[in-house]
Design a protein around this ligand. Structure first.
Ligand code: HEM
Ligand code: MG
Length: 331
């Protein structure tokens, strides 16, 4: 059975993480990298297996060790992506594309296609990756990074901060509504979109720098080059999505939804959880998303799904959300 994820770090102070034991190494043929600049960087420095295929416990360990992500947040993010994009039979997930390195797949309609999979955690309005409608949803795009540069110059005196994060997120949503006929921003992607806007400030700023301002060379180092800057120290103290309120405050009337009839036809989706409904998110995710991928699992597969769903639920409890547990595969 899949082992439980690690607990919090015993010492979450700032420290050098770009150290001699974790040098950057370039990709080898077949190594997987994907839409998440943090996981890409952790793999390229050996905090995750360098081939980009990892267990949930390895991912939780790596994001805590390398960036000081808060434990319950790390667990929720990891198990919610693993349940859709990972292989419950081998306990392995690709941080990029589908690969045979994750082993023999469970039966369809399960997908097990890695973090590049569209419309779970990965979705539209990314800062540096294109919407899936335009083709490649996982590679760094210079023109999108230039939006981040432009907004940092306009609202942050050349640095990326919470004010910039809010303005850029608002722009990216408008931009996708206007250009992507298949634009959608509903749960669960809704939650990752808003959290990711503040992640660069919370985690990519060196731990010795308390300014809350991310310089653009450092941003490029992570987003494009998958590399810790020289001498990079992780932040002091575990944290999750602090500052996200600055982003949501700029868009008080935004509701999850999608373009219903081509570009500029945004329609609210009343079935989606909103950002202040974490338990609707949890319940729908389990009963709809997971159940549709695994309608009738048996044997080892069923057992592994139940355990991973248990780890997901325990993360919601640890986050203080107080949701009622749901059991799609029995107790
Ligand atoms: C984006 C997964 C941890 C920073 C993403 C995306 C995925 C993902 C699937 C693509 C979403 C999209 O933009 O469409 C994960 C998982 C994690 C994790 C499973 C495990 C805990 C982190 C951490 C950080 C981080 C610790 C920061 C240190 C980001 C950022 C983006 C992103 C900034 C947005 C990229 C962009 O918009 O261009 N992540 N992530 N992630 N992730 Fe992670
Ligand atoms: Mg995306």
């Amino acid at each position: 059975p899949p082992p439980p994820p690690p607990g919090p770090l015993s010492d979450d102070s700032s420290k050098l993480v770009h150290d001699a034991a974790h040098p950057y190494q370039p990709l080898r043929h077949g190594d997987q990298r994907g839409p998440c600049p943090a996981l890409n960087t952790l793999a390229s420095h050996g905090y995750l297996p360098r081939n980009g295929v990892a267990t949930p416990a390895q991912i939780v360990t790596a994001v805590q060790e390398g960036f000081n992500l808060e434990n319950s947040f790390a667990r929720f993010l990891t198990y919610s992506t693993f349940l859709v994009n990972g292989n419950p039979l081998t306990n392995l997930m690709s941080i990029g594309d589908a690969t045979s390195l994750t082993g023999q797949n469970p039966p369809k309609p399960a997908t097990v296609a890695g973090l590049d999979t569209h419309n779970n955690c990965e979705g539209d309005t990314s800062m540096t990756r294109n919407d899936a409608f335009f083709g490649d949803n996982h590679s760094f795009q210079e023109d999108r990074f230039q939006n981040l540069v432009k907004y940092s110059k306009k609202y942050g005196a050349g640095k990326y901060n919470y004010t910039v994060a809010a303005q850029l997120r608002k722009f990216l949503i408008q931009d996708s509504i206007q250009r992507n006929p298949q634009f959608t921003l509903v749960s669960p992607r809704l939650f990752t979109a808003f959290a990711e806007s503040v992640f660069p400030i919370n985690f990519f700023v060196d731990g010795r720098d308390k300014s809350g301002q991310l310089d653009l060379d450092t941003a490029r180092s992570f987003f494009q080059n998958m590399t810790f800057p020289p001498n990079f120290h992780r932040r002091a103290g575990a944290v999750s999505n602090v500052g996200q309120d600055v982003v949501t405050d700029l868009m008080p009337n935004f509701k999850p939804g999608f373009n219903a009839r081509g570009v500029n036809s945004f329609k609210v989706d009343p079935t989606s959880a909103t950002l202040d409904q974490p338990c609707v998110r949890y319940t729908n995710f389990v009963n709809k998303n997971i159940k549709s991928l695994y309608p009738n699992p048996t044997g080892n597969l069923k057992q592994a799904l139940k355990i991973n769903l248990q780890y997901l639920y325990e993360a919601t409890v640890a986050s203080g959300d107080g949701c009622t547990q749901v059991f799609p595969y029995g107790h």
